[in-house]
Write a protein of this length. Sequence first.
Length: 151
Amino acid sequence: MKISLQPYTLQRCHEFWQNYEADPDMMDGSFTYDPNWVERYFHGKCQENNRRYFAICADEIVIGEIQLKSINMDEKSAVLSVHLNSACYKNRGFGTEAQRQMIAYGFEQLGLQKIYADCLHRNQRSRHIIEKLGFRHLRSDDSFHYFMLER
């Protein structure tokens, strides 16, 4: 399957969340699809000026969402966030490839100089990918590890 980043439309947002399976490395509890919640989510977070959201597509299937958030053009920085919707897409390189594409977009299209990332302590898969992509560990607190990648 070929991975591409596509504009995150409301339809793609619904497709992502309709197929979402709660990941114990990311959240506690379960998830139930609610179309009204997805509408609020999309029109809230996905429309903010300091975010760039994309759907991660394998061929034409939405398998995740990825974003650069907290974009600060004065500091030329942003925070990378990725979210795959099902365990069947994890450990296959899809998230890594999507993050590579998003990092290139941030540096080349937006002119960023620094991209930050974080992950929960329990999310070892995410930490492994962040480090594999060249991010440098900055610090940790009670819940998260924090990283930075410079151009």
